[in-house]
Ligand binder design. Structure first.
Ligand SMILES: Nc1ncnc2c1ncn2[C@@H]1O[C@H](COP(=O)(O)OP(=O)(O)O)[C@@H](O)[C@H]1O
Ligand SMILES: [Mg+2]
Length: 260
């Protein structure tokens, strides 16, 4: 579903500020893969997601989504394939619009010109029903402005908006990092739910090691612009928070030498 081949990115090349952000990343996600990406600050996690989304142009390498080479496509040209949720809850939703209006906008966003659904009572009911499954009471506040919601409620709404049109790829860049621990758990529960329901192919960055080991089917560690580990199956399931934290700065661990 996602195939990145030999991606490279140097920021400020040739200047004293030169930074290697991505140093040869080849990553393949199968349909339905839920890959969690961890790594220290500056490891290149956001740059990788931004490249996939088209915000950052690679110096070298190719990106395919499904059977389409999206490398030359601008962000808006690949938007129909990709949905994203960011760390800041205010980015995914329009504060001045109601919950229902936000959902209607998201619903239209994915539609080809002329194929947008009108906000009929039936569609409004569909939005309500889907929000109700989150167990946050949002279905009773369809007319409330998104700006009045808590951070966690806004992220839950952002998630539903992101998956309404079943994107080929869902990108989550630390989307629980700005939330208190209990709210972060709630948003992860909602995340798991929407990803499983639509069997979405997902790339999620987190600094929460507990979330990293307990969600997804793959655990990817990045260091200095490279993928240094990609754990699946039993190796993912048996990973512990302690060993994962140890792997952050220990070059010699079994984990960091484990290529797929
Ligand atoms: N727009 C940019 N301009 C210059 N340098 C950048 C930019 N984005 C990221 N970098 C640099 O690239 C490296 C990787 O950053 P980033 O992908 O944001 O890491 P992470 O998300 O893992 O913390 C860092 O050294 C960072 O300073
Ligand atoms: Mg980042």
């Amino acid at each position: 579903m996602l195939d990145t081949h030999a991606l490279h990115k140097l920021f400020h090349a040739g200047s004293p500020d030169e930074r290697v952000a991505i140093d040869g990343v080849s990553l393949q996600l199968q349909p339905g893969d839920f890959a969690v990406v961890v790594g220290g600050n500056g490891a290149g996690k956001s740059t990788l997601l931004n490249m996939v989304a088209g915000e950052v142009t690679p110096d070298a390498g190719r990106i395919r989504i499904g059977d389409e080479d999206v490398t030359p496509l601008a962000t808006h040209q690949r938007a129909r394939l990709i949905s994203r949720v960011f760390q800041d809850p205010s980015i995914g939703t329009a504060a001045a619009l109601s919950i229902e209006e936000n959902l209607a906008v998201a619903d239209r966003r994915g539609a080809r010109r002329g194929f947008a659904r009108a906000l009929t009572p039936a569609l409004a009911l569909e939005f309500r029903d889907r929000l109700a499954t989150f167990g946050l009471g949002l279905e009773n506040r369809m007319g409330a402005q998104a700006g009045l919601l808590s951070g966690g409620q806004r992220q839950a709404l952002s998630l539903l908006m992101a998956v309404l049109r079943a994107p080929r790829l869902l990108l989550l860049d630390e989307h629980t990092a700005a939330l208190d621990p209990k709210t972060a758990e709630t948003v992860m529960r909602v995340t798991r739910q929407v990803v499983q329901e639509a069997r979405l192919t997902t790339l999620m960055v987190t600094h929460n090691m507990h979330h990293a080991i307990s969600h997804g089917n793959r655990l990817i560690m990045m260091k200095q612009g490279r993928i240094v580990a990609d754990l699946r199956g039993e190796r993912k399931q048996t990973m512990t928070v302690e060993r994962l934290i140890a792997a952050f700065d220990d070059e010699s661990t079994e984990l960091t030498h484990a290529q797929p």
